[in-house]
Design a protein around this ligand. Structure first.
Ligand code: FES
Length: 178
């Protein structure tokens, strides 16, 4: 019979996390969460959020661990990690800034806002993907619609929403982070 998946189908895009190990207390919590779902697979996102909360991001080893817990192939978990922007594929700074770049926010000035923040943080507004300052304090990235389209430009600082963000307000958000 042809194998449906290659032996290790996870692309190198995910970081290695040598020594990855889930603390017993977290594993107990995860085992309990799985019992809430009629099918183990349905717990995938809950497990990924729990892992991210613990480690800050989802590594290659974490994907394999979650897959094995849920009796899935790693690719089934990997595709979730790459689909959902809230799941991080690498460590992020203490202050995570996400700027919406979808149409309503773009028309309301989100590109200017992003450029302004990058300038303030000495990061490259033209760089592809997320960027983190050298001191690990800030990560900034564009994201797609944050579901507050009428009040753009919208950004998030960690888990806090900011709407109709002017450049002055962006400065205020940055100074509160320090
Ligand atoms: S377009 Fe920015 S929140 Fe929807």
């Amino acid at each position: 019979m042809t194998e449906l998946y290659p032996t290790d189908p996870i692309p190198d895009a995910l970081l290695d996390q040598p020594g990855f190990s889930v603390p017993a207390e977290l594993e107990t919590r995860i085992d309990e969460v799985i019992t809430h779902y009629p099918q183990k697979r349905s717990a995938s996102l809950m497990l990924l959020h729990a892992i991210q909360e613990q480690f800050g991001y989802i590594s290659k080893q974490a994907v394999k661990w979650v897959a094995s817990k849920l009796e899935l192939q790693p690719i089934n978990v990997y595709e979730l990690v790459t689909f959902y922007p809230m799941l991080q594929q690498r460590p992020v700074g203490k202050n995570h800034l996400r700027v919406c770049r979808t149409l309503s926010c773009a028309l309301a000035g989100s590109h200017k806002l992003y450029e302004h923040l990058c300038q303030k943080l000495c990061l490259d507004p033209e760089a592809h993907g997320s960027q983190t300052t050298r001191d690990g304090q800030f990560t900034i990235e564009y994201v797609e619609c944050l579901a507050n389209c009428g009040t753009g430009p919208v950004m998030m600082h960690n888990e806090v929403f900011h709407e109709r963000v002017s450049l002055d307000q962006a400065d205020a958000i940055l100074s509160q982070c320090k």
